[in-house]
Write a new protein. Structure first.
Length: 537
């Protein structure tokens, strides 16, 4: 079943005309016959619409910085911002030195009304002093929340002064929540400063093992990167750093020594990937470690990049063994899932990444989208030069890097690079649209109204969603699989992750809970009205 143009128009017609004009640009039905289907993305949500997006602070402190375990992350702001970004994302970490893993802590300056009136700089300086005194961290981050920008606290000056007092790097991030239209702005702000202050900050010139790589845009939600690293290390790769799942300040400093950068989540980290290429000559490879086919293809592409026969053979050996081990486990779940349909709406990359895994267990994705991705995540990176920067994006500094005189080294010759680009997604991402079936719905910044409307038409068997939308979906009698924090489960990446995912999705279908919920369309008329003497009410 698909949504027709007429049905789509009927949904949009329910909006006031200005809103309708706006939302029309964010939704389309995939049609492969059209050469380029343009989508509007990374623009402001209309005030009043219930979006699932987060803020710039969430993208900076919560997403990119938060997982770095040996740094203390200070939130400068009222307590709510720190509290709600504390532990909810399930970016796991373990450390050989437990005194240098601060992920369980939530450190906030707890701004009060008087700080808003008289300024919060002194309080911030005091909190930094206390943090250094109590925890002795390798480095500290300070993330600004909305009121900090509004009252004009100069967090960079406070950080600089504290840095010279203590001799410990204190990084200040002006990631006030309102800095952009979503958390995407915060990713960019975090990327810039990590590049400027952390990456390449060590004296190490050469990685210590064979095939050194960085894994970018992998945040170890529910243990994802541990499962990926298990396989990579067995094949023979040396993981120099993970950005930033189970990552650390110490590892990040050596990231310039890698021979290849892998990019899992393109949206949150493509800025660093590009800057690493310009500064050190290291290309990046778009990977997708979600799903058996995605994982296997990514491993094969990595081996092709290095081009070493022994590595290629070992890659095939590991893939064959892992697939043979997990396929029988997947069988029982495939029987439950086969023939079902899904909506897959997640932040800025998973809306795409999980479609392959859904397909492997027999589930077709009929609607997909991102909360806050940019046009390139839908249409492919070739559209980047045509994206017009609006006032909201201009808020974020565009960092300029150039080749590092001492360290720049082309890892692959330009000829070899061109040859590889024909075969593997080297320094390129093709986006979501191209992989989706004709007739499926692609929607940017899906809201609660549209969620309900599309569910009523397509009645999906499962909805991959987030914490904000999942209750609405469940109340409509549809199982929701939370694909941000995975609820209480995971890992879902790699080979073992595929089995966990198939199991959890099957549990969703098998649960008798859904028999107790009557979806609204079964006992409510879709339109109600009465006729009175004055007319129709
Ligand atoms: Fe990248 Fe992410 Fe995502 Fe993201 Fe996120 Fe996340 Fe996400 Mo939630 S970094 S864009 S800002 S893959 S927290 S680990 S699940 S919205 S799709």
């Amino acid at each position: 079943m698909a949504v027709t143009e007429k049905e789509l128009q009927e949904i949009l017609d329910q909006y006031p005309s200005k809103v309708q004009k706006n939302r029309t640009k964010h939704i389309f039905i995939k049609d492969g016959a059209e050469s380029a289907q343009v989508i509007e993305a990374n623009t402001r949500t209309i005030p009043g619409i219930i979006t699932n997006r987060g803020c710039a602070y969430a993208g900076c402190k919560g997403v990119v910085l938060g997982p770095l375990k040996d740094m203390v992350h200070i939130t400068h702001g009222p307590i709510g911002c720190g509290y709600y970004s504390w532990g909810t994302r399930r970016n796991k970490a373990k450390s050989d030195d437990p005194t240098q893993n601060f992920l369980n802590y939530c450190v906030s300056t707890d701004m009060q009304e008087s700080d808003i009136v008289f300024g919060g700089e002194k309080k911030l300086a005091k909190v930094i002093d206390e943090v250094i005194d109590i925890f002795h961290p390798k480095a500290v981050t300070v993330s600004a929340t909305c009121p900090v920008g509004l009252i004009g606290d100069d967090i960079s000056a406070v950080a600089r002064a504290a840095e010279s007092r203590h001799g410990v790097p204190i990084l200040a991030f002006s990631c006030e929540g309102y800095k952009g239209v979503s958390q995407s702005a915060g990713h960019h702000i975090a990327n810039n400063i990590l590049m400027e202050r952390v990456i390449g900050a060590s004296e190490t010139e050469k990685a210590s093992g064979k095939y050194p790589i960085n894994i970018l845009g992998e945040y170890n939600i529910g243990g994802d990167s541990w499962e990926v690293e298990r396989v990579l290390e067995e094949i023979g790769y040396t993981v120099v750093s993970v950005m930033t799942g189970d990552g650390s300040y110490e590892e990040l400093k050596n990231a310039h020594t890698a021979e290849l950068n892998l990019v899992q989540c393109h949206r949150s980290i493509n800025y660093i990937a590009e800057m690493l290429e310009t500064k050190y000559g290291t290309p990046w490879l778009k990977v997708n470690f979600i799903g058996i086919a995605g994982m296997s293809e990514s491993l094969r592409n990595m081996a092709l990049y290095f081009g070493d026969e022994a590595l290629i053979a070992k890659t095939e050996e590991v893939i064959a063994r892992e697939v043979a081990r997990i396929e029988p486990l997947m069988e029982q779940y495939k029987k439950i899932c086969d023939g079902k349909t899904a909506f897959c709406f997640v932040g800025g990359s998973r809306g795409h990444h999980y479609q392959g895994l859904f397909a492997e267990i027999g589930i077709e994705t009929v609607l997909a989208g991102y909360e806050f991705a940019h046009r390139d995540d839908y249409e492919g990176r070739q559209v980047i030069p045509t994206i017009k920067t609006d006032a909201d994006s201009k808020n974020i500094p565009q960092m300029q890097v150039s080749a590092d005189e001492r360290r720049f080294r082309l890892k692959v010759s330009p000829e070899k690079m061109e040859e590889l680009k024909q075969k593997i997604p080297l320094s390129y991402y093709a986006g979501m649209t191209v992989t989706m079936k004709d007739g499926s719905i692609i929607v940017d910044d899906l809201n609660h109204f549209e969620t309900e409307e599309f569910i009523k038409i397509l009645k999906p068997d499962i909805f991959a969603s987030g914490i904000k939308d999942k209750y609405v979906i469940q109340k409509m009698g549809i199982p929701a699989k939370q694909l941000h924090s995975y609820d209480y489960s995971g890992p879902y990446a790699g080979f073992n992750g595929a089995v966990n995912f198939a199991r959890d999705v099957s549990m969703g279908f098998a649960s008798p809970t859904w028999n107790f919920i009557v979806p609204p369309w079964q006992d409510e008329p879709l339109l109600t009205g009465t006729v009175t003497e004055e007319g129709v009410a």
